[in-house]
Write a protein that binds this ligand. Structure first.
Ligand code: ROI
Length: 171
């Protein structure tokens, strides 16, 4: 916990391609909402995206949420990993299918390089399924590197990705 009770704006990437992905994302949002010392600030539209990684796995559903949290980054990671575990996440095949992935994309404007956590997320700038929903909820965001999300999102490929119409993750 951060000592003086300051809230840090963080962005979390959600992804699922197993066991009813839409329900997985909805359950993740509701678990994030219930996290102590944390307020859910916004939820992006949902995107359906072709898998990055081994072929032959189902398409993913992806979304990004903004939270304001009093947790230190590694405490936040403990909480997001507990939610993943609760929802049946088994860490096995590298880049294989998963019931729920919660990635800490950004933690305030901090750069973190610890054994357990790298922030900004190391693939943030190259994944359209992260850039597009992040841009939807934070169009004026600038990364700690100085690059704007607007720039990244406007140049990323739209191959294999579609925003789902008429389905949202309400809070
Ligand atoms: N591919 C897509 N489209 N979406 C994801 O969330 C995702 N997550 C992953 C890997 C396996 C790299 N591929 C993905 O972890």
């Amino acid at each position: 916990m951060i000592k003086n009770g300051t809230y840090i704006r963080c962005y979390l990437g959600l992804g699922s391609n197993l066991s009813s992905p839409l329900q997985q994302l909805a359950a993740a949002v509701s678990a994030i909402k219930q996290m102590p010392s944390t307020k859910l600030a916004s939820i992006s539209p949902i995107y359906q995206s072709a898998p990055v990684g081994p072929e032959g796995q189902p398409d993913y559903l992806n979304a990004v949420v903004a939270i304001d949290t009093q947790f230190a980054a590694l405490d936040l990671l403990d909480h997001t990993q507990a939610i993943e575990k609760e929802q049946g996440r088994v860490r096995d095949i590298r880049w294989g299918p998963r019931t729920l992935d919660i990635d800490i994309l950004l933690y305030g404007d901090e750069t973190i390089n610890s054994e357990r956590l790298i922030v900004p997320h190391y693939q943030l700038t190259v994944r359209n399924f992260v850039l597009l929903p992040l841009h939807d909820i934070a169009p004026t965001l600038v990364l700690p590197t100085g690059t704007s999300i607007k720039d990244l999102a406007s140049h990323c490929s739209s191959d294999g990705i579609n925003q789902l119409e008429g389905v949202t993750l309400t809070d």
